[in-house]
Design a protein around this ligand. Structure first.
Ligand code: SAM
Length: 231
């Protein structure tokens, strides 16, 4: 992977960035995504935000190597603290982290979202946390993709401002992913169900405490919910 040829995962994220957007890529360790977006003429300008010095340095180097210092600003900052009002950011990408970490980044500096019309979020795990955040904060799912690369499964969630209604299954699994029911989706959730069943087996062999019974019942509920969706 490099700034010309992204991974399938980041290429999917890039495909949802509107042409002409001013993008902030948060957690931009190598700045490949913003460099690609500017090279392709998709993003007009970009900010690459990175909280750790080593990855920040490699993002700075990459932007220099690509000759894009006029169009991409790299900032060493925690989450959306990388975004300044004068940047005029209209779209934010956050990829390659867990859903709860992405949510904590969105919640920590809400003022940075003021002029943002699109969020493209790629959680490695627990996408549910992002759907819950979106429901509570006036964002609606515009699109969702599930994909597999190098044996790992990734989800990409595209949010626009608006409201939506999601039931419990849709919040967990994704309303659009449930409708499409791709082979990757069915495989991911079948594996999850098998894991939960193994946990239930272990609980059955353990001491029957209130806590264990509650966990067993919760898993029974989740298994039924997911089996109903992938059947
Ligand atoms: N976004 C790239 C991608 O998808 O390939 C890099 C993903 S890498 C696994 C996660 C990066 O996010 C790391 O470089 C990490 O230092 C950075 N990161 C984690 N928490 C962050 C935060 N609060 N603010 C900015 N960057 C953060």
């Amino acid at each position: 992977m490099n700034a010309q040829k992204l991974s399938k995962r980041l290429e999917t994220v890039a495909s949802f960035v509107p042409t002409g957007a001013v993008v902030a890529d948060i957690g931009s360790d190598h700045a490949y995504l913003p460099c690609y977006l500017v090279h392709k003429g998709i993003a007009a300008r970009a900010v690459a935000g990175e909280v750790v010095k080593g990855p920040y340095d490699s993002a700075v180097r990459q932007v220099r190597t690509e000759g894009l210092t006029e169009k991409i600003t790299v900032r060493l900052a925690d989450g959306l603290a990388a975004v300044e009002e004068a940047d005029g950011i209209t779209a934010i990408t956050i990829a390659g982290m867990g859903g709860p970490l992405i949510v904590s980044i969105l919640e920590k500096h809400p003022q940075a979202l003021k002029n943002v019309t699109r969020l493209i979020l790629q959680p490695n795990i627990h996408a549910k946390a992002i759907r819950e955040w979106a429901l509570e904060h006036g964002w609606a799912l515009q699109d969702e993709v599930i994909l597999q690369e190098d044996g790992k499964v990734y989800e990409v969630l595209v949010l626009q401002r608006g409201s939506m209604d999601l039931n419990e299954a849709q919040t967990l699994l994704g309303p659009k992913l449930m409708n499409t029911k791709s082979a990757v989706f069915v495989e991911k959730w079948s594996r999850e169900v098998a894991n939960w069943q193994r946990v239930q087996q272990a609980i059955s062999n353990a001491e029957q405490t209130e806590e264990n019974k509650a966990k067993f019942d919760e898993l029974t509920h989740l298994i039924a919910l997911v089996q109903g969706a992938i059947a």
